[in-house]
Design a protein around this ligand. Structure first.
Ligand code: PMP
Length: 365
C-alpha cells in the first residue's frame, strides 16, 4: 500500500494530520459547536421551493459575483450592527474556512507570515500551512484574554502580513475588546482579520468589529451561517471589509465557487433570519446554565461569549473526555491541558451533560 511518505508531498505538510473532531457515535454530540435546534418548518418549505426553482437553471453557471446574496448579507449586517455595510463590502464563500483561505491566498502565501493569538481556532495555522504562509503563535494572558500591550508588542516585533483575532475566541469563548483590535490594526501594515464566527452569541454590550470598519481598509470581519443560523451543512461564510479587499479576493477565488443551490438556500435562510436567530437566546441561556453549574461540581470555566464553554480543570482532561463519552456525552478535547470544551445546545442536552459531569467530576478534578 502506498503511504503519504511515498508521495512527493510538500515538505511542510509531512507529518501533519487532517483537521477534524473525532466522529464517534454518541447520544449527545456536543463537540462541534453546532446549533442543535431544528430548522423552522416554514423555512424548510421555502427551501424546497427555492432549490426547485434554482434547479431549473442548473445547466447554467451560477452568478459568479453572488450579487443578490451579498446584498442580503449586507442588509443583515447593517441591520444587526447598526453600521451601514454596502453589498460591495461583502464577500461570501463555502464556509468561513474558505473565506479565510482566500484571505491567506491573497494576503499571505510564500515568504509571508500570519500571526494569531493561541489557543485559538486551530484551522488558522492549518490554512496558513495550506497556502504556504509562515505561522507565528502570538500569546494570550493566563485568563485567555489578549493583553493589549503584549499583543501590540508581538505584532510590532513579528510584522506579520496577516493578523488573526478570533472574537469570541474558539475554544475559550473569550471576546476581544474593540480598543485592542484598533491597537493591533495600528501596530501592523498587514491585514487584520477578526473571525466573528460566534458573534451572534455574544453577551449584550459586546460590540462587533464591524463598527471599526470605516477608515480601516485593512480590517476584515469574517462571519458564518454555520453557528447562530444553525446552517452548518449549508457551507456559507462571508466577510465585510473595504470594497478593495473584496477586489483582492476576486483575484484568488475560483470562478463560480458558490453554487447556485448554495446561493438560493442562503438567500432563503436570510429571509427567515428572525425565526432562525430565535434560538440564540435559548442557547445563550444553556451556556450560562453550564457556567453557573460548574462551581457546584468543583469545576470552573472561562467567561464565554460563544455557544460553548471551556471547562475544567481536570487532572487528566483526555481521561475526563473518555469518561463523559462512556456516559454518552461527546465533548471536545482541544488539547489544552486540564480543559475540555462543551457546546451549549438544547436544555435536554445540557441536562445530560451536567448529569454525566456530576458523575465524572469527583474522580477527575
Ligand atoms: N471560525 C471559527 C472561530 C470557528 O470556530 C469555525 C468553525 N468551527 C469557523 C471559523 C469555520 O466555520 P465555517 O467554515 O463552518 O463557516
Amino acid at each position: 500500500m502506498t503511504s503519504l511518505e511515498d508521495l512527493p508531498l510538500r515538505p511542510e505538510l509531512r507529518g501533519r494530520s487532517p483537521y477534524g473532531a473525532p466522529q464517534v457515535p454518541a447520544a449527545h454530540r456536543l463537540n462541534t459547536n453546532e446549533n442543535p435546534h431544528p430548522l423552522p418548518a416554514e423555512l424548510l418549505a421555502d427551501l424546497g421551493a427555492a432549490l426547485g426553482h434554482a434547479a431549473l437553471e442548473l445547466n447554467r453557471y451560477p452568478d459568479r459575483d453572488a450579487t443578490a446574496l451579498r446584498t442580503d448579507l449586507a442588509a443583515y449586517l447593517s441591520h444587526t450592527s447598526g453600521e451601514i455595510v454596502a453589498p460591495a463590502q461583502v464577500w461570501a464563500a463555502n464556509g468561513s474556512n474558505e473565506v479565510l483561505q482566500q484571505i491567506l491566498q491573497a494576503f499571505g502565501g510564500a515568504g509571508r507570515t500570519a500571526l494569531g493569538f493561541t489557543p485559538s481556532y486551530s484551522m488558522h495555522p492549518i490554512i496558513a500551512a495550506g497556502t504556504g504562509t509562515a505561522w507565528v503563535d502570538g500569546s494570550r494572558a493566563p485568563d485567555f484574554g489578549i493583553d493589549r500591550a503584549a499583543a501590540v508588542a508581538q505584532v510590532r516585533d513579528v510584522a506579520p502580513h496577516v493578523v488573526f483575532v478570533t472574537s469570541p475566541n474558539n475554544p475559550t469563548g473569550t471576546a476581544v475588546d474593540l480598543d485592542t483590535v484598533a491597537a493591533l490594526y495600528d501596530a501592523t501594515e498587514g491585514v487584520v482579520v477578526v473571525d466573528e464566527a460566534y458573534a451572534e452569541f455574544a453577551r449584550t454590550g459586546t460590540p462587533s468589529a464591524l463598527t471599526l470598519l470605516p477608515g480601516r481598509p485593512r480590517l476584515i470581519v469574517s462571519r458564518t451561517m454555520s453557528k447562530a443560523f444553525g446552517m452548518a451543512g449549508l457551507r456559507l461564510g462571508y466577510l465585510a471589509a473595504d470594497p478593495a479587499v473584496v477586489d483582492a479576493l476576486q483575484l484568488v477565488r475560483l470562478p463560480y465557487h458558490l453554487s447556485s443551490l448554495t446561493q438560493a438556500a442562503a438567500r432563503t435562510a436570510l429571509a427567515h433570519t428572525d425565526a432562525l436567530l430565535a434560538t440564540v437566546d435559548a442557547v445563550r441561556g444553556q451556556r450560562d446554565r453550564i457556567v453557573d453549574a460548574l462551581p457546584g461540581l468543583g469545576l470552573t470555566s472561562v467567561a464565554s461569549d460563544a455557544n460553548f464553554v471551556l471547562f475544567g480543570r481536570f487532572a487528566d482532561a483526555p481521561a475526563a473526555w473518555r469518561a463523559l463519552l462512556d456516559r454518552g456525552v461527546l465533548v471536545r478535547d482541544v488539547g489544552l491541558p486540564g480543559w475540555l470544551r462543551v457546546t451549549a445546545g438544547t436544555a435536554e442536552e445540557t441536562t445530560a451533560f451536567l448529569t454525566a459531569l456530576g458523575e465524572v467530576a469527583p474522580d477527575h478534578r
